[in-house]
Design a binder for this molecule. Structure first.
Ligand code: PAF
Length: 282
């Protein structure tokens, strides 16, 4: 079923199935238009809206997928409580100027008998790969399927999930997928906290402490010892630091300062039951 939702004069088409999506995209392609896909899991915030803005500046048409992908959550993670607000998301996307929203049910993506999974190595193995061993397999599989269904010219992802972006770039390179991957800088609150749908889990006290993560990685980017910065996070009220490290910005291998390559400071740390990740260039 195709529904039209109009808001602030913008018309956004909402589709559920791959065949509806392909029909819409096929019409645009037949007219010679270029197409972006912005994959999301919904619960949209200003970071997602920045992705739409970048996509609108890049291609003629912008399609946005909303799909909370179960295969990238471990059984002990927050799939059941992950924030969902499809009506609110669609209104935000219409306001932002997106042309099409693809919000498939789980059965459309993982029908009975679905039995294929991409297992990424390389950039997927360290950091998040250690703490969430199956996560990037789920991400790579769903992103590959979203790209195969939508056939965009460009797909955009936030640098907030920097390792995810590296894994997707690697997959697209390795599998020669015909799409350009564009990273978009992280959007932050005034106090530096990176926008994330999971910030909604933070209590007032945790929210007060949370910007320390950004402060800590910025200090490491300026030369502070990462172990010292991790200890400072615990002193500030973080419960646990999974990692705070400087890595090669492309391969995610340990950073060699003499290599002349770009480095990236990446961190994951817990505030109570909420795990925050962030990263900056160095
Ligand atoms: O970054 C996200 O929101 C998700 O990991 C993605 C890329 C939409 C895949 O489910």
């Amino acid at each position: 079923m195709v529904i039209d939702c109009e808001r602030r004069g913008r018309r956004v088409e909402i589709v559920r199935t791959i065949s509806e999506l392909r029909a819409a995209i096929g019409t645009w392609r037949a007219a010679g238009e270029t197409i972006s896909l912005v994959p999301t899991m919904g619960a949209l915030h200003a970071g997602h809206i920045a992705l739409i803005g970048a996509a609108l500046g890049t291609t003629d048409r912008v399609a946005v997928s909303i799909f909370v992908n179960p295969t990238q959550f471990a059984p002990n993670e927050d799939l059941a409580r992950y924030p969902r607000d499809e009506t609110g998301d669609i209104a935000k996307l219409a306001g932002a100027g997106a042309h099409l929203v693809w919000a498939p049910p789980v059965s459309e993506i993982y029908p009975d008998g679905f039995a294929t999974r991409i297992v990424p190595g390389g950039a997927a193995l360290p950091l998040e790969g250690v703490y969430r061993p199956d996560h990037f397999g789920g991400v790579a599989t769903i992103v590959c399927k979203l790209l195969a269904a939508a056939t965009p010219h460009v797909a955009l992802f936030g640098e907030k999930d920097f390792q995810q972006l590296a894994v997707i770039r690697q997959m697209v390179r390795d599998l020669a997928l015909p799409v350009a991957i564009q990273g978009v800088p992280t959007v932050r609150e005034e106090d530096g906290l990176a926008l994330s749908s999971r910030n909604a889990y933070l209590s007032d006290d945790e929210r007060y402490v949370a910007p320390m993560l950004y402060k800590a990685i910025c200090e490491v980017a300026r030369g502070r010892d990462p172990h010292e910065a991790a200890e400072a996070l615990i002193t500030a009220g973080f419960t646990k630091v999974d990692y705070l490290e400087v890595r090669d910005a492309e391969t995610l291998e340990p950073f060699e300062p003499a290599s002349g390559r770009a480095g990236r400071v990446l961190a994951a740390a817990w505030l109570g039951k909420t795990r925050l990740i962030d990263n900056v260039a160095c």
